[in-house]
Design a binder for this molecule. Sequence first.
Ligand code: FES
Length: 76
Amino acid sequence: MSASEAAVTITPRENGPYLVEGPARVVGPDGQELEHKAVFALCRCGASSNKPFCDGTHARIGFQAPGAKPARPAGQ
Ligand code: FES
């Protein structure tokens, strides 16, 4: 796999955001690309003041993520 074909990895954090690692693009509803760091977190709790990004609010509100394990792991 070349650098340009690098995979994006999205990891749900326990009771927290989706951690995104890799060459991802994030665009808003208007199609404009949103700036982000090389590794960034997407809000999963719905309470961030900086959606779609996580701003840490999940910890303050005690967010509990449903389903700790995926319904169907890859390759199964
Ligand atoms: S997951 Fe962090 S603010 Fe929503």
